[in-house]
Design a protein around this ligand. Structure first.
Ligand code: E4P
Length: 272
């Protein structure tokens, strides 16, 4: 399974690439805003364009998803093409991120616009990551339209199930992949019992039909979810920097290193 970093923060991007464990980056407007705000707070003067170009260079050889902010097919296609033209020459690794459906609630006339944008951009040979996927049906539709990556959001499904059942939770809390029963009923969103269940069903459906689009498990909030994505056969897991660090942390690793350090004989240092 490939590991992607879900962040636009340059220092985080540099760290994971330096460690050789990152296979790509995903960004969205909220993540870019977070990076811009952090840079401003530190008094950094770099323009957003320079900032993104730096990120693309660090990630050279691996995909970087840049999301459109326009909300109809025409706008998304134009913006996607412009973003690709401006940024892809930097390191030839830009994927344009398109929401499956850019409609606001009660705005029904744009329901097909995400699919139209995906199809048009793919026809222009621009790689696409289809985002904001919350059902296997949406994943299937995105794949049919030609998306290279399809991004189901696991964590937000868990948030939805917990919120609807009025549970108190922190976003990073583990949510069982097999679901949670509340008053004898399994919590579910139209049959989906957890974020990992969503990932699992998308993987299963793509396998059933030999679909080439890759399942990019997104909105992951803890290392255990990453493990579960791997068990379910997701192609890619994108995760925030904190989850990357969690991947290789364990209290026994820490106590083990303390003990080894304490036990190291002085003579060992003279060996080499
Ligand atoms: C990735 O492509 C998504 O933008 C991201 O994983 C969303 O994560 P969140 O639900 O934690 O905001």
């Amino acid at each position: 399974m490939k590991f992607f970093l879900d962040s636009a923060i340059l220092s985080e991007i540099e760290t994971v690439y330096k460690a050789g464990i990152c296979d790509g980056i995903t960004m969205n407007p909220s993540l870019v805003k977070k990076a811009v705000d952090e840079a401003k707070a530190k008094g950094e003067k770099m323009s957003l364009e320079t900032y993104l170009k730096k990120a693309l260079k660090i990630a050279k050889g691996t995909p970087v998803s840049l999301e459109v902010t326009e909300l109809n097919a025409k706008g998304m296609i134009e913006q996607g093409k412009k973003l690709f033209k401006k940024f892809n020459p930097v390191a030839k690794n830009v994927y344009i991120k398109i929401p499956i459906n850019p409609s606001f609630p009660n705005e029904k006339e744009k329901e097909f616009d995400g699919l139209i944008a995906i199809k048009t951009l793919r026809k222009a040979k621009i790689p696409v990551n289809c985002t904001l996927i919350f059902t296997p049906e949406q994943a299937l539709a995105a794949a049919k339209a030609g998306a290279n990556f399809v991004s189901p959001f696991a964590g937000r499904i868990d948030d939805l199930l917990r919120t609807e059942s009025k549970m108190k939770f922190e976003k990073t809390d583990y949510f069982p992949s097999g679901g949670i029963e509340d008053d004898g009923d399994m919590l579910n969103d139209n049959g989906i019992v957890s974020g990992i269940d969503l990932i699992s069903e998308c993987v299963q459906i793509f396998r059933n039909y030999g679909i080439k689009s890759e399942v990019l498990a997104a909105s992951l909030r803890n290392a255990r979810q990453v493990r579960e994505c791997a068990l379910e056969g997701a192609d890619i897991a994108t995760m925030p920097f904190g989850v990357f660090k969690e991947l290789f942390s364990h209290k026994l690793t820490e106590s083990g290193i303390v003990q080894f350090d304490k036990d190291t004989p002085k003579e060992f240092g003279k060996l080499v």
